[in-house]
Design a protein around this ligand. Sequence first.
Ligand code: CAA
Ligand code: NAD
Length: 295
Amino acid sequence: MADIQRVGVLGCGLMGSGIAQVAATAGYETTVRDVSQEILDRGRAGIEKSLGKLVEKGKLQPADRDAALKRLKFTTVAADLRTVDIVIEAITEDLALKNVLFLELDGLCGPGTIFASNTSSLTIAEMAGATKRADRFVGLHFFNPVPVMPLVEVVRTITTSEQTFKRAFAFAASLGKEPVAAKDNSGFIVNLLLVPYLLDAIRAVERGVGSVPDIDKAMQLGCGYPMGPLTLLDLVGLDTTHHIAEIMFKEYREARYAPPPLLKRMVLAGMYGRKAGKGFYDYSSNPPIVSNLGL
Ligand code: CAA
Ligand code: NAD
């Protein structure tokens, strides 16, 4: 289990709760921090549901589920992460917000603590450079849903030391994940390729190339993808996708990363996808129905 024993996770949303779950299941004492008790309670309920599913499928023993839940602590106080060996940041995709937290923890955590960001689109250099531990800073990019997706991109920026990279890589493997090394370019490997595809699917909706379910069905049945792009966008979160597109467009100045106007309108309307109950599909119905997009 490498030399890491205590894990801190910043953010208990879609990704933070999943990362905390896999860390606790792998045997790490895990403290997860978000800004309100209500969000933490929602995150904990999601973790319990996910662990329950794994027990139901026979992939996890009930005793291991109980042990994992015991290793999890939930807090609204960032300073409670002061004694962890690795901090994994999974808060909203906003550089300023992330760096405020990294700066605060930089002054609290010991010199051996690794800082890692689960960012989808920011460069690790933008965060590492704001701290005094740029050599102990990496990207650890997990995939949604974290308990199910095997990949973690381990990202080394210019300042990351060899020792930190190796510790982070070994840590990702100790979670039962398949780590790959990725360069510190916006979007790393997966999002460099995936984000233009997802944004193009929104442009296809805007152009009326097909209906929302038909675009999804076409990519599922025509290409063997596990879910269509619009269902996947609802899973990722349209607010998060909008942040990602803005950041990647600013970085590369290429039209394929530009956020489509429909994406912006949906975000303004609070249609963030599955987590908000509504995105391209309305999840208040079972099975979900297509949302009215005003097209
Ligand atoms: N916790 C535990 N188990 C879960 C789960 C969760 N949160 N979600 C799904 N599962 C399990 C199910 O119980 C099921 O288990 P069995 O195979 O043992 O039956 C299995 O996962 C498959 O689930 P479902 O049958 O419900 O549905 P599915 O077959 O459609 O699979 C899926 C769901 C795994 C999400 C699949 O649709 C998929 O792989 N979708 C694509 C996901 C993807 O592309 N993710 C990457 C997003 S991009 C990103 O993350 C990067 C970024 O920066 C934005
Ligand atoms: P989310 O909206 O589900 O959760 C973000 C959480 O961060 C919220 O609970 C919010 O309250 C919390 N937060 C905001 N400011 C905070 C602060 N100062 N301290 C603690 N918590 C704070 O978003 P998400 O989908 O979990 O994304 C989180 C990060 O993971 C982003 O950087 C995103 O780009 C990245 N990511 C997302 C996905 C995905 O599919 N959604 C996949 C990989 C990586």
